[in-house]
Design a binder for this molecule. Structure first.
Ligand code: 6PG
Length: 241
């Protein structure tokens, strides 16, 4: 795992945005397409906006598949929808030509998860059969969760690539999320480690490796991903470097 330390959240946004442009371009050059898993929550919003405002003309976005790593069971135009929030920040002008896997809040949570499994199944696959994700962005909760994989739950044993979550401690309670197994073909993972509210969880994750963000990071790394945690000063205060 690579740790990068920045002063402000804005610096982290800029580093993440530039890294994304590099990774996606290299993937397009190598294979003709790229797949990017977007993170929900507020932490990556600055980076989405920066890409939309300043980097939109850097890529042929029609060659990029995008999906969100987890989604709340709400309509896409609901203020709580990760997809809705990301769309509003990122999908402008040429970026709107990306190929979108859209979570569909259908007749029930299990239908939504099953539909997303089918959409994910159509993505390019790695040699070992997992979806090949060129880049995965992850946020971190104050309790150390990432995606909608929460502490104190068995996040290791699901074989399905998308799972339904019914009692999320972070509202709203019903969600779908990529599973740990879905990340077995990730090539690059970026963790947004920003804000004083995340400091304790990040320190605990690094110390004992048990919190979901640590488990997901280690799993991806063990499966060959380059994993970068991007810290701002308030999240990394007191942390050894
Ligand atoms: C969600 C997210 C979740 C998020 C973290 C951090 O749907 O809630 O995907 O995993 O990334 O909770 O959220 P913030 O960036 O808003 O702190």
């Amino acid at each position: 795992m690579i740790k990068e330390f920045y002063e402000t959240t804005g610096d982290v946004s800029e580093a993440a945005a530039k890294h994304a442009m590099d990774v996606l371009q290299r993937s397009i050059d190598a294979r003709g397409s790229a797949t990017w898993v977007l993170a929900g929550g507020s932490s990556p919003m600055g980076a989405y906006k920066l890409i939309a405002n300043q980097f939109a003309d850097r890529l042929d976005w029609s060659k990029v598949n995008v999906l969100v790593g987890d989604e709340r069971y709400v309509p896409l135009d609901h203020p709580d929808s990760n997809w809705g929030q990301i769309s509003a920040a990122l999908f402008h002008q040429s970026i709107d030509s990306v190929k979108k896997l859209t979570p569909a809040p259908m007749h029930g949570l299990d239908d939504m998860a099953a539909d997303y499994v089918e959409q994910v199944a159509k993505l390019p696959r790695s040699a070992h059969g997992a979806p090949h994700f060129d880049l995965v962005w992850l946020g971190v909760g104050e309790d150390g969760h990432t995606l909608s994989l929460f502490p104190g739950r068995d996040i290791r044993s699901s074989a399905a690539e998308v799972i339904a979550i019914r009692d999320s401690p972070k509202p709203p309670p019903e969600r779908i999320t990529l599973s740990l197994q879905a990340l077995a073909g990730a090539a690059n993972v970026v963790v947004f480690a920003t804000g004083a509210g995340k400091r304790n969880a990040l320190a605990a994750a690094i110390r004992d490796g048990e919190l979901p963000i640590a488990v997901v990071s280690s799993f991806a790394s063990e499966h060959g991903a380059e994993v970068r945690w991007l810290f701002d000063a308030s999240a990394s205060e007191g942390m050894s470097r």
